[in-house]
Design a protein around this ligand. Structure first.
Ligand SMILES: *Cc1c(COP(=O)(O)O)cnc(C)c1O
Length: 497
């Protein structure tokens, strides 16, 4: 008893945010981060550690007493960094790159600094109004009709991920349909998408209560560019309607995850509208390209859809996470998602003169993420953002040319954006199992060098290597070196078979 009293001074206070200490440590951290960016090429892109490596090296319990900041930073360098797969490396060509920028980082610092929990307008008026502004700015950059903007009759919100955007729009669509047919008939609701649609769609349907047997993932083909065919959609919908089911939601892709396939919005939305479906466009990666006039045509017909989502954290320099969702009819979201507890009530919300973003999303609390986009748009201007997109596309084109110049390789699907889908295909006798084995071996070889990281996919029964250009630090020489490495791997492989 006496011991505890002597350890705990009366009226003790612990202040973990001392501005002077903050200044000193933040300086050190910024230096650490800048060094990391500068030295990033010296680390293997794909982490080469074994499962459990970190757990085995860290103490079992949190320290009882404070440790010096320098010791902690040293552990970041020696313990954490070896276990990182370096998404910011200029030699990262896997998945889709997650692009970053100085302005995005600084915006994130401010967002963290204010720690605003802006669930409604009053909780930080600036947070809500800046978000409305940047969502309108980005809508304008994409040449969306005013019906998607706050300055028109719609509006947009920043979510964390596409998954969230799909869930909230599905909920709105579901409730709209159930209002008409009665809430007992949820088992009659059917949803549609192509078989190339991101796996998060089926997960979202499950969460929202669409029976798994009512999720139609319509087959696509290599010959059809893996895009959803309007006549196939019509056939599926009409079959369901004939058997008494109720079509409720169509998810279209502007740039699928496997191959950046594009579903033609206009004819597909027309089919859906005949049956009163909600139409959503998932443009997570490729949507950003539509700020360039030469890519904007992929959004043709967008005025026919209900919602569009696009993740600037993928291709608009924003850092994770940031998924922009626009809707033409915000009331459908608010109707499905609004809550009104006593402890959040206030004059402004009640007067209906403000936007309360908590009613457009799943959770209540939300970060001041629009600061990142605001800093990015202002620091770089639309012109530089367009240059950034074009330069990634140009480098992907260059890589595509290199692949085409080597007869042992082939391009599997035509390239549209920054992703090149190709395979190693030496000789006539390349049955699909054999070809898959070769390409898997080549991929493992390349990734095990730590000099490049790429990933694969399987489409139309074909095992495909994906080379996604777009990491912020990548330039021509990294792309050229990656191709040399891939060729070296192919040479080594051919010697062993
Ligand atoms: C990356 C991606 C997703 C997944 O996005 P999250 O934000 O991680 O949920 C969904 N759809 C497409 C087309 C994607 O490329």
């Amino acid at each position: 008893m006496g011991r505890i009293e002597s350890d705990m001074p009366q009226n003790s206070h612990f202040n973990p945010l001392n501005p002077e200490e903050f200044r000193k440590q933040a300086h050190e951290m910024v230096d650490f981060i800048a060094d990391y960016f500068q030295n990033i090429e010296s680390y293997p892109v794909l982490s080469q550690v074994q499962p459990g490596y970190l757990r085995a090296n860290l103490p079992e319990n949190a320290p009882e007493r404070p440790e010096p900041f320098e010791t902690i930073l040293k552990d970041v360098q020696n313990q954490i960094i070896p276990g990182m797969t370096h998404w910011l490396s200029p030699n990262f060509f896997a998945f889709f790159p997650s692009t970053v920028s100085t302005a995005g980082f600084l915006g994130e610092m401010l967002c963290t600094c204010f720690n605003s929990v802006g669930f409604n307008w009053l909780a930080s008026p600036a947070a809500t109004e800046l978000e409305m502004t940047v969502m309108d700015w980005l809508a304008d950059m994409l040449k969306l009709p005013e019906s998607f903007m706050f300055q028109g009759t719609g509006g947009g919100i920043i979510h964390n991920t596409t998954s969230e955007a799909v869930i909230v729009t599905l909920i709105a669509a579901r409730d709209k349909a159930l209002d008409l047919i009665g809430s007992d008939d949820v088992n009659k609701l059917v949803v549609y998408a192509s078989d190339q649609t991101h796996s998060t769609f089926a997960k979202a349907c499950k969460i929202v209560g669409i029976p798994p047997t009512n999720i139609r993932l319509i087959p696509t083909t290599l010959a059809g560019g893996f895009s959803l065919s309007p006549s196939e959609l019509r056939m599926a919908v009409e079959t369901d309607v004939a058997s008494g089911l109720v079509p409720v939601y169509l998810c279209l892709n502007l740039g699928t995850t496997s191959t950046t396939a594009i579903d033609p919005i206009e004819p597909l939305a027309c089919v859906a509208k005949e049956h009163g479906m909600w139409v959503h466009v998932d443009a997570a990666y490729a949507g950003s390209a539509c700020i360039c006039p030469e890519f904007r045509h992929h959004l043709n017909g967008i005025e026919l859809v209900d919602s569009l989502s696009l993740s600037p954290h993928k291709w608009l320099l924003t850092f994770l996470d940031c998924c922009c969702l626009w809707v033409q009819n915000p009331n459908s979201l608010v109707k499905a998602l609004s809550t009104n507890p006593e402890y959040l009530r206030n004059k402004q919300s009640e007067s209906d003169s403000v936007v309360d973003f908590k009613d457009w999303q799943l959770g209540t609390g939300r970060r001041f993420k629009s600061l990142r986009l605001w800093l990015i748009f202002r620091s770089y201007g639309v012109v530089n953002l367009q240059t950034h997109i074009r330069s990634d596309v140009r480098m992907a084109k260059m890589f595509e040319g290199l692949v085409r110049s080597d007869p042992r390789f082939e391009i599997v699907v035509p390239r549209e954006f920054g992703l090149v889908c190709f395979r190693f295909y030496p000789g006539e006798n390349c049955g699909s199992e054999y070809s898959k084995m070769l390409n898997r071996k080549l991929l493992d070889w390349v990734n095990s060098t730590g000099r490049v990281y790429m990933t694969h996919t399987k489409v139309g029964g074909v095992y495909v290597l994906r080379f996604a250009v777009g990491a912020t630090l990548t330039d021509d020489r990294h792309v050229a070196a990656a191709w040399e490495l891939i060729k070296e791997g192919a040479d080594a492989l051919l010697k062993t078979i």
